[in-house]
Design a protein around this ligand. Structure first.
Ligand code: NAP
Length: 309
């Protein structure tokens, strides 16, 4: 019997208590999923940050901690967590992110705001350019960024992407390194941020880098709020250098009610809904990783502690 401790909070338990046991069974595992296993009896921990479990020291026989979150910035620095840590890669999460990113990109590309609620009675026809004449930059070409870049390329956008290591994605001009970042920013009329939050990516989009974007660029951030210097972004919007920012993630969530983003006419705030882990597909991912660990196969989506993601 494999003992799996579910340590991801009450609301998640309601979502997972039936689907995860089914996925474990389908993976051929005989497992006891519970919220009450004693630390010394726990083989695996299914985890999302929560106040009840912050100290992993007593889990001496635990073989892995499986995060239900894709972003692990709040866990990766926990020095008591010495067990192998995996992050969530879930087909449903990726699909949702692709739909959200493509939708918001098309909004700006097509200039939908000019007509969608008939803001003024005016007949001033201005056809949007074709996607083939629009360049979209994607910062971060991991599970989510690469899928979004491919979906945008399939719609004929010119897609330039940037990552830490060199990547090769069909129909996407892939860049890496600091020169690659400059080259990406210089051409990105619409810039999508899908980087993890690490010490290397915090405040990446600062005043200097915002200035490298073409005038009138649009920023779409479903990555993490801390990737952008908020004040520098507000300045760039107020100076008309950046035309609009669609932001799904923030330094503080919920976004404080007095934050300038709420009322800014060039900012769209969405409440961290770009995509979420789906219990059914995520359960399959968790079960597959436990199956792999039990059969001696390498774990999928292991977090690289030194890189921070
Ligand atoms: N808003 C939402 O609803 C939502 C939902 C899920 C996730 N997210 C966010 O999306 C992020 C990305 O998720 P993912 O699954 O795509 O992560 P991932 O697979 O780990 O990909 C991360 C990408 O960022 C690149 N990268 C990391 N550090 C870098 C650096 N210093 N310079 C340049 N590139 C760097 C990586 O480069 P390499 O390819 O070289 O490794 C990789 O291409 C998550 O960390 C989370 O913050 C948001």
């Amino acid at each position: 019997m494999i003992n799996i401790l579910f340590a991801a909070g009450e609301a998640r338990w309601e979502e997972y208590k039936h689907v995860l046991p089914k996925a474990l069974k389908a993976a051929g595992l005989t497992a006891d999923l519970s919220r009450d296993h004693a630390p010394q009896d726990t083989d695996y921990i299914v985890y999302a940050p929560n106040p009840a479990l912050k100290d992993f020291t007593p889990f001496t026989k635990t073989k892995a901690v499986l995060s239900l979150w894709a972003g692990v910035e709040t866990i990766v620095s926990n020095t008591t967590l010495t067990q192998p840590l995996t992050r969530m890669v879930d087909g449903g999460l990726t699909e949702g992110m692709v739909e959200w990113v493509v939708g918001h990109t098309l909004r700006h590309h097509l200039g939908m705001d000019a007509h969608i609620v008939n803001p003024k009675q005016a007949w001033t026809p201005k056809a949007p350019p074709l996607a083939r004449n629009r360049t979209v930059g994607v910062l971060g070409l991991g599970e989510l960024g690469a899928s979004c870049a491919s979906a945008l390329a399939a719609l004929n956008f010119n897609v330039v992407g940037w990552s830490r290591s060199a990547r090769d994605i069909p129909n996407v001009m892939c860049q890496s390194g600091s020169e690659g970042l400059e080259a990406t920013l210089a051409v990105a009329e619409i810039l999508i941020l899908l980087l993890p939050l690490t010490t290397a990516t915090e405040n990446l989009l600062n005043e200097q880098r915002l200035a490298q974007l073409p005038k009138g660029a649009v920023i779409i951030n479903p990555g993490r709020g801390q990737l952008i210097d908020d004040d520098a972004l507000l300045d760039a919007l107020n100076e008309d250098h950046v035309a609009h920012a669609t932001l799904d993630v923030f330094r503080m969530e919920p976004l404080p009610w007095d934050h300038a983003f709420w009322k800014h006419p060039k900012v769209t705030v969405t409440p961290h809904i770009a995509s979420e882990t789906r219990a059914d597909t995520a359960s399959e991912a968790v079960a597959e990783n436990i199956r792999r660990a039990e059969t001696g196969a390498p774990l999928l989506n292991l977090v690289d502690r030194s890189a921070g993601y």
